[in-house]
Design a binder for this molecule. Structure first.
Ligand code: GAL
Length: 434
């Protein structure tokens, strides 16, 4: 072999060795932690996410999803700007001030429905996410019923992370048994059960601060009106002044007569805890209560029982927490990374079993969910679905706040006539009854 040939052979050996060596190197995972999801620019080193998930059950759910985010984007600091207070009563006021002064968090929790469309989209605070939906294939896995509630003029504005059920009656099985009471299915059965419990010195129904009264009210309206007429309240086809609404409000007054006198000073967690602690028999609350009960170490069927709120069986009164992308998000790429996690199967299956909700995606891993949530999955698939007032589905913020003001007065005077007149006026001022 002459020198030239020898050189060629050596070069060939070196090339082959370098190929073998490079094949042994660990492969890069896309997207890398320092790369934006779009792949071109280095990603911002933080993302600010705003919610009201600080309390029992709620923070734990969010944290489970943050763990997934941190695994995927270890170089992006997750700035958790949650503001305490159930149903976002405090947080949404803080958010409104920030949005007004042009200081938006990168992403925030907003409810699918009118809260999103009639408030943030109307005020042009959100970026459309159609490209992200196409890229992530979300249209194939998100429920068809949900897409119109987060869309306007062909643009999709949020990433739903879950489905919660609002019309759930939680009960303490030991207290019911001790008083020979079974889970009621109709309003009459419920009233009879609560009479028995009250006579035995048991607080029949635990309630908390004002938004939990609105939550109870929406279930009472659904019970007395049925799904069609209840839906009609929000699209203008049911008259707020009609006799079925009067009946719903009268039922509501009766339900309120069974509640604890210190309701106004209790959070939803305080009220729900009265049930699992054996200090009250029933509580009406969304299924985030299940996340809280689990966090307290309670066992389904032993420490708590559940059913649809009496009179609402067969209906799934729903709401959906979703995350948005702010117009002018200071860390836009990192916010998109957060949305990708929030919309992913992995993110949703980490968040929802802890939060007490079912995944918005249809391909969640059922085996990760407990007995209650599996029953909620079945009901979501088979029940009539209607929207929640308290949690942003059916009314925009201004209408809801007028209803809330009227409710505040009603909780003081319990005057059905005055309340109904105020509800008619609210629909005329801010709803579809103009
Ligand atoms: C709802 C929200 C739920 C839960 C609840 C109590 O508005 O959608 O995820 O957080 O408030 O705070």
């Amino acid at each position: 072999m002459n020198r030239k040939n020898l050189l060629m052979v050596l070069i060939a050996i070196l090339v082959m060795m370098s190929l073998v060596l490079s094949a042994c190197q660990p492969q890069a995972v896309a997207p890398t932690e320092t790369q934006a999801p779009s792949g071109e620019e280095p990603m911002a080193d933080q993302v600010e996410v705003f919610s009201w998930w600080t309390g029992g059950g709620e923070a734990a759910g969010l944290n489970a999803m943050i763990v997934v985010f941190n695994q995927k984007y270890p170089n992006v600091e997750f700035v958790n700007s949650a503001v305490a207070g159930g149903a976002g009563t405090n947080a949404r006021a803080v958010l409104a001030t920030r949005l007004q002064s042009g200081d938006p968090p990168d992403s925030w929790q907003g409810h699918a429905g009118q809260e999103l469309i009639g408030t943030y989209v109307k005020d042009q605070k959100l970026e459309p996410l159609n490209d992200l939906y196409a890229e992530q294939g979300w249209l194939e896995v998100m429920p068809e019923t949900l897409i119109p509630l987060i869309s306007q003029d062909g643009n999709i504005y949020s990433v739903p992370v879950n489905i919660h059920r609002a019309n759930v009656l939680w009960a303490n099985p030991t207290l019911l048994q001790a008083n020979n009471v079974s889970m009621p299915t109709s309003l009459d059965e419920w009233f009879a059960a609560m009479d028995t419990l009250q006579a035995a010195g048991v607080t029949p129904l635990a309630m908390g601060e004002q938004w939990t009264a609105m939550h109870l009210l929406e279930t009472a309206l659904l019970a007395s009106l049925g799904a069609d007429a209840y839906n009609g309240l929000w699209d203008g086809s049911t008259d707020w002044g009609n006799a079925a609404v009067t009946k719903g409000l009268e039922d509501f007054v009766k339900v309120l007569s069974y509640t604890n006198p210190d309701a106004a000073s209790l959070s939803w967690q305080d009220a729900a805890q009265l049930v699992v602690d054996g200090k009250a028999a029933f509580n009406v609350m969304g299924d985030w209560a299940e996340g809280f009960f689990r966090e307290l170490g309670k066992t389904p069927r032993t420490d708590y029982e559940w059913a649809a709120v009496p009179g609402t069986g067969g209906n799934f009164q729903f709401l959906s927490d979703s995350f948005v992308l702010a117009v002018g998000a200071p860390h836009r790429d990192a916010a998109i990374a957060w949305l990708i996690v929030a919309g992913s199967k992995e993110g949703q299956d980490a968040f929802n079993p802890v939060k007490g909700s079912i995944p918005a995606r249809s391909d969640g891993d059922r085996s990760l969910y407990g007995e209650y949530l599996q029953s909620a999955m079945d009901d979501w698939a088979s029940n009539r679905v209607v929207g929640s007032l308290t949690h942003g589905v059916v009314a925009n913020d201004s209408w809801k706040s007028e209803i809330d003001t009227a409710l505040g007065l009603f909780l003081q005077d319990k005057n059905v006539g005055t309340f109904q007149t105020a509800l008619v006026a609210a629909c005329q001022a801010s709803g579809p009854c103009q």
